[in-house]
Design a protein around this ligand. Structure first.
Ligand code: KIV
Length: 279
């Protein structure tokens, strides 16, 4: 705590070149961001997963650009020493290059976050190239791309056949040529990530992509065992905060009912002479 130095965009490549691993997690609010800021984790994503984790929707489609900006702002305030990525929601970049640049400009200018991230491979490379030429720092996201997961039958491992594995690596190469400074690779066999790492130079940030990548990504509510709806195979629980919270709430409830809360230490004990009522 206190001596954390904020990562910069060039650091992503530097860390990779030096073989130095790092971590990235999600946050959607000020308090969580400030907790991550107190930790050793280097990067925060304000992901569109907020649609599911925070808003209770069944997919990530359904959050708007305004919603994202609303959540990215407090995260940036809460984590001054952590690199913050603003996720671009579905519908904010798929109309045209101009729309993508305008949406990214809004995210960067209204929230002061450090870069934007968007989903898509070869198909999005021309858009990403235009954004990078416009001066926007872009992180790519390939593999399982939740915004379009319905097209592939839901949240499934990607790159599981020789052809789809090759396509995924070609996606990564297209994004690298387009100018991304790093890319998220989600939910793919470890061997595909390993081969990709041999064919692209930019850092690969893996979520469910095995150990051969440069950075491990997890949703905070997953890794701390807070989100109860489902647990993907790649999620490991590093703490059990949901149980801690339920236990704390139950203790508050019990002490309220049995009268042990509030005690003198948690009450204002100043003597006040209250005059009798006038009538
Ligand atoms: O929105 C999100 O949380 C993400 C991660 C899964 C990388 O995009």
């Amino acid at each position: 705590m206190g001596d954390k130095k904020k990562m910069t965009i060039p650091d992503f490549q530097k860390y990779k070149d030096e073989g130095r691993k790092f971590c990235y997690v999600t946050a959607y609010d000020y308090t969580t961001a400030s907790i991550v800021d107190d930790s050793d984790v280097e990067v925060i994503l304000v992901g569109d997963s907020l649609s599911m984790i925070m808003l209770g929707n069944t997919t990530t489609v359904g959050v708007t650009l305004d919603d994202m900006i609303h959540h990215i702002k407090p995260v940036v305030k809460g984590a001054p020493n952590t690199f913050v990525i603003g996720d671009m929601p579905f519908g904010s970049y798929n109309v045209s290059k101009e729309q993508a640049i305008q949406s990214a400009n809004r995210i960067l200018m209204e929230t002061n976050c450090d870069c934007v991230k968007l989903e898509g491979g070869v198909n999005m490379a021309p858009t990403i190239e235009a954004m990078v030429k416009a001066g926007i720092p872009v992180m790519g996201h390939i593999g399982l791309t939740p915004q379009t997961a319905t097209n592939v039958g839901g949240f499934k491992v990607q790159g599981g056949t020789p052809e789809s594995a090759r396509q995924l690596i070609e996606d990564a190469k297209a994004l690298e040529r387009a100018g991304v400074f790093a890319l998220v690779l989600e939910c793919t066999p470890s061997v595909v990530a390993e081969q990709m790492a041999k064919e692209v130079h930019v850092p690969i940030l893996g979520i469910g992509a095995g150990p051969a990548v440069d950075c491990q990504v997890l949703v905070t509510q997953d890794l701390l065992d807070m989100y109860g709806d489902f647990k993907p195979k790649f999620v490991k629980h590093f703490a059990h905060i949901r149980k801690e919270m339920v236990d704390g709430l139950n203790l508050f409830h019990k002490e309220t009912l049995d009268g042990t809360f509030p005690d003198r230490d948690h009450s204002f004990n100043k003597k006040v002479e209250i005059p009798p009522a006038k009538d």
